[in-house]
Design a protein around this ligand. Structure first.
Ligand code: PGA
Length: 251
């Protein structure tokens, strides 16, 4: 069985002090949660504080982006080896906000994914359709294209390390969650593409998370779908009690 990944994406919220105080409340609430992997992705400046606060627990820390060069004259950028050196283990790649506001394309998503794998980080690679694409009936085409130009061009051994996040852009931060059925259908499309490219075993093992207005109230229904292997949570991951109840969705 695939172990669920419950991941929080803090986006551009919280200072190092706020990060420490989040963990003080959060740690005891998820101490018994062994059914899943827990990942918190704070802004770069909080990585060290988060790693320190999570020490001695099963909680892993991730960044929200990276640049593909290892080092160099790239003002404002942060590389995979730098992120790994903070003690972080994951990195979110190709989030729709990066695609929408910061010019991220399928090509740069692939470059960053390769750089994450080179550095020894686990990439959480995001795909998802925009509202007008869904309304035009193009969801499947968009997902297939994003996957084919990105993760499906990895060699099999490298692909095995990736986590995929399906995040319909129209559901992010809008309060409009995809229904569990809609999410499962999209996950099924992605898994089918994985099967076509890498075979049955890879399709069985790849973890596909759902993201977009996940809340304590809707997590159980989403997680009841066999296709959904975890969640990537924005807004509801900022509050330790709310994110802990998402992690502990089955209790
Ligand atoms: P949201 O964000 O949960 O606030 O909709 C999800 C995401 O962007 O990963």
């Amino acid at each position: 069985m695939r172990k669920p990944v419950m991941a929080g994406n803090w986006k551009m919220y919280k200072t190092p002090a706020e990060t420490c105080s989040f963990f003080q409340t959060f740690r005891p609430l998820v101490e018994a949660a062994e059914h899943c992997d827990i990942v918190i992705c704070p802004p770069f400046v909080n990585l060290a504080a988060a790693v320190e606060s999570a020490r001695g627990t099963r909680i892993k820390i991730g960044a929200q982006n990276l640049y593909w060069a290892k080092e160099g004259a790239f003002t404002g950028e942060v590389s995979g080896p730098m992120i790994l050196a903070t003690g972080a283990a994951y990195v979110i790649i190709g989030h729709s906000e990066r695609r929408q506001y910061f010019g991220e394309t399928d090509e740069t998503v692939l470059k960053r994914t390769l750089a994450a794998l080179d550095a020894g980080l686990i990439p959480i690679v995001c795909v998802g359709e925009r509202l007008e694409q869904r309304e035009a009936g193009a969801t499947e085409t968009v997902l297939c294209q994003q996957c084919q130009k990105g993760i499906l061009s990895l060699e099999p051994a490298r692909f095995a390390k990736v986590v995929i996040a399906y995040e319909p852009v129209w559901a992010i931060g809008t309060g409009k969650t995809a229904t569990p059925g809609m999410a499962a259908e999209a996950h099924g499309i992605i898994r089918r593409e994985v099967r076509n490219r890498y075979g049955d075993e890879s399709a069985r093992e790849i973890r596909i998370l759902y993201g977009g207005s996940v809340k304590p109230e809707n997590t159980k229904a989403l997680m009841a779908q066999p296709e959904i292997d975890g969640v990537l949570v924005g807004g509801a991951s900022l509050d330790p009690v709310s994110f802990a109840s998402i992690v502990n969705y089955h209790s």
